[in-house]
Design a protein around this ligand. Structure first.
Ligand SMILES: [Zn+2]
Length: 483
């Protein structure tokens, strides 16, 4: 929507806003949940029973098709191939991918249409953009068919793995500014009737408004919630503080931000629900969904996920590596060995999860590449949320690395916070990071980024500390906007 339309939208009365949301919902239903989507959901379900060999065979076949299409139909790869810098002839399977160059995000950002196959009509493609943490989003393009396949994967692995389905009432809390930021009284949400979606604003979570949020969730009989983990946690803290036990739903699915352990504990307790994590990349080259046994399974039909170390080589399972992904879902907008901008730890290949699925595991998503702590002895640490686990009297926290050996821990205290909480946090932090200078600050609120996302770790000296290393992208693709 352009700025003028947006300003007009924010001036509409609430009932008209819901009509506008529902009209948009009809459009979403048409492009996402059509007849192909219906046919694809059982196909995705059947893949749950595939063995690791079946997945390998599927990935190899798709990779060969994508590589051939890339060098014959996609302008960027065709040029690289013609000048000998994209030797697809030497790639016989997914094991050989590392001979191809890594694609940096800035290259796509500068000319996104260079990655569209030339037998597509760009005016008929659906375009999506990443949330763009630095204000420079990446555009991606989808045919209606591929888009429905993408949503069939969401449907099966995000919803049906958890016993819920499209058509159930659900609540989304994400980065879209659905009501004017100036609004001072409810509603702070919109109801998208065709999608049965209550989209709640992430920008009005002030203490005086939180009961309105909880009342609306109750009134709409919400079955599951999906969204920024930090925002669901704000609601959970409020429900616990007010002893509100009247809000219950089945699942709270984390999206777009790492799910911190203490957030999960509080959300499960407050809403008497289970929590599930998900990991996605807006470019559609890697997805992962958590099963009932707490394991985050990669979706091999979305893409090939490599875990690359600082030397550019693959890291062994159990070690953190940067995600470099090759999309296998969208043959019309091809990204090969795309540096996503997040670090994660791979599970052991072939390890069998109790859920019975053989889809590989991500042990842990460490988070945004440029927002990892780099310890004085050179270790990189993404999520150190165990520092805040347990019954500490804090609402939120953020860790900032301001110099190589200097950190600031900012905490928003709960009632009853005292020095014993502070000392537990400081000790646990030093146990993990080492003997460093730490300043402890109590604050009223942790500021969110322009896209509404909460950052648990902020590294203010990342560029200085990594100047001698491989070039690295600055922003994560972690998706929070598609749903
Ligand atoms: Zn599993």
């Amino acid at each position: 929507m352009n700025d003028i339309l947006l300003r007009m939208y924010y001036c509409l009365p609430s009932c008209a806003v819901n009509v506008a949301a529902s009209l948009y919902g009809y459009y979403q239903t048409r492009i996402r949940y059509g007849s192909l989507w219906e046919r694809m959901v059982p196909v995705i379900e059947q893949r749950d029973g595939w063995t690791l060999d079946q997945w390998r065979e599927y990935q190899n076949d798709r990779l060969m098709f994508f590589l051939k299409r890339a060098v014959t139909r996609v302008p960027y790869y065709r040029r690289l191939h013609e000048c000998g810098r994209f030797p697809v002839e030497d790639v016989k399977s997914t094991d050989d991918l590392s001979i191809l160059p890594i694609l940096e995000k800035d290259v796509v950002r500068l000319n996104p249409r260079d990655f569209i196959a030339d037998d597509c009509n760009p005016s008929k493609l659906i375009s999506e953009q990443t949330s763009g943490t630095t204000g420079k989003p990446v555009l991606t393009f989808w045919t209606s068919a591929t888009y429905q396949e993408l949503f069939a994967i969401f449907e099966y692995r995000l919803r049906r793995w958890n016993g819920v389905k499209y058509g159930d009432n659900w609540c989304m809390i994400g980065g879209q500014l659905v009501v004017s930021q100036k609004r001072k009284r409810p509603p702070f949400w919109i109801w998208n009737h065709p999608c049965r979606q209550l989209y709640m604003s992430n920008y009005h979570l002030a203490p005086q408004f939180l009961d309105y949020y909880l009342d609306e969730i109750k009134a709409r009989k919400i079955v599951y919630m999906l969204g920024f983990c930090s925002s669901m946690d704000v609601l959970a803290i409020h429900a616990l503080e007010r002893n509100r036990t009247d809000i219950k739903f089945e699942f709270a699915i984390g999206n777009a931000e790492p799910y911190l352990i203490h957030q999960r504990d509080r959300i499960e307790k407050a809403f008497q629900c289970e929590t599930r994590d998900s990991y996605g990349c807006s470019e559609g080259v890697t997805h992962a969904y958590e099963c009932a046994y707490g394991n985050l399974h990669l979706s091999p039909d979305v893409g090939i996920t490599e875990f690359i170390g600082q030397n550019g080589e693959a890291v062994p399972p159990g070690e953190a590596g940067e995600l470099v992904c090759t999309g296998l879902l969208n043959p019309d907008n091809i990204f090969i060995r795309y540096r996503v901008g997040d670090w994660a730890i791979a599970g052991d290949p072939g390890w069998q999860c109790q859920c019975g699925r053989s889809m590989p595991i991500i042990k842990k998503v460490e988070g945004r590449t440029a927002d990892m702590i780099i310890t004085p002895d050179g270790r990189r640490i993404g999520l150190i949320d165990p520092v805040f686990r347990g019954n500490l009297r804090i609402k939120e926290a953020q860790i900032r690395q301001v110099k190589a050996e200097e950190f600031v821990i900012c905490c928003v205290p709960c009632t009853g916070f005292d020095d014993s909480d502070k000392s537990v946090i400081m000790n646990r932090f030093r146990d993990r990071v080492g003997c460093v200078k730490v300043r402890f600050e109590l604050v009223d609120r942790i500021p969110r980024g322009n896209n509404g996302k909460f950052k648990f770790v902020v590294n203010e000296c990342y560029q200085t500390l990594t100047r001698s290393e491989q070039p690295s992208v600055e922003n994560s693709s972690r998706s929070g906007t598609l749903m």
